[in-house]
Design a protein around this ligand. Structure first.
Ligand code: 13P
Length: 218
């Protein structure tokens, strides 16, 4: 295994462990992938993250052929389909964060309650309609909900966040959970006022050079 491949495999493990230790995710829920060669490297299915070693990370080609000692994540289809649909995306974080999932249980999208909405590319984060985990239907719904966006919710399920690299995808996954928590709190006080599409676009234009954000937030 060459050094860049090993680094990607280790980065998947590190971020799987981080998403559980940070409270963003729990158990064997969620999965993480990084674009690689003509496909991706992805966390294997149903293995406790603390048991992962680089050789256990699965490799999946765009045609769905998988290699590795353990089957790839059951969600390899939406990871694959996002990589095909979105050439600028190089890493994907799927998790079951509590506040994202609370909203997704209600099938609610997140509207523009905070200017940080801009890091997701537009005035809302959509909620993809429910389909059973691992299905092509779920993948189709997710790809549609992610159009012109860097994240979405999955009804009765969780969240997906995209990035040009794993650091950016993970950052967006955490920011999305914060936004979901803020929106949930704001709903407690009534119907929250929203920023306009113009106000969100102004932030998108301004935030491009901010930290982990970049041109592809546009
Ligand atoms: P995997 O263990 O197969 O990745 O499944 C976890 C999950 O969250 C499915 O949506």
């Amino acid at each position: 295994m060459d050094d860049p491949t090993l680094k990607k495999r280790q980065a998947i493990i590190d971020h799987c462990l981080l998403m559980n230790s940070s409270g963003l995710n729990q158990g064997t829920s969620g999965n993480i992938s990084i674009r690689h060669d003509d496909g991706m490297l992805i966390s294997p299915t149903s293995i406790p993250y603390s048991d992962l070693t680089p050789d256990k990370i699965a490799s999946v080609h765009l045609d769905g052929r998988a290699e590795g000692p353990i089957a790839p994540s059951s969600e390899w289809r939406f990871h694959r389909d996002v990589f095909v649909a979105r050439p600028e995306v190089n890493a994907i974080v799927h998790a079951h964060p509590t506040y994202c999932t609370v909203l997704a249980i209600h099938g609610r999208e997140i509207p523009s309650v905070h200017y940080m909405m801009a890091i997701f590319g537009g005035p809302n984060v959509r909620c993809a309609p429910y389909a059973i985990y691992g299905s092509q239907d779920l993948s189709d719904h997710a790809v549609t909900a992610l159009e012109d966006r860097h994240a979405c919710l999955l009804e009765h399920h969780g969240s997906i966040a995209l990035g040009r690299d794993i650091a950016q995808a993970y950052w967006r996954a955490e920011e999305l959970e914060t936004l979901a928590r803020q929106y949930h709190g704001a709903l407690m006080l009534g119907d929250p006022p929203l920023l306009s599409n113009r106000q969100i676009q102004d932030v998108i234009d301004k935030i491009a050079d901010y930290g982990l954000s970049d041109e592809d937030t546009k």
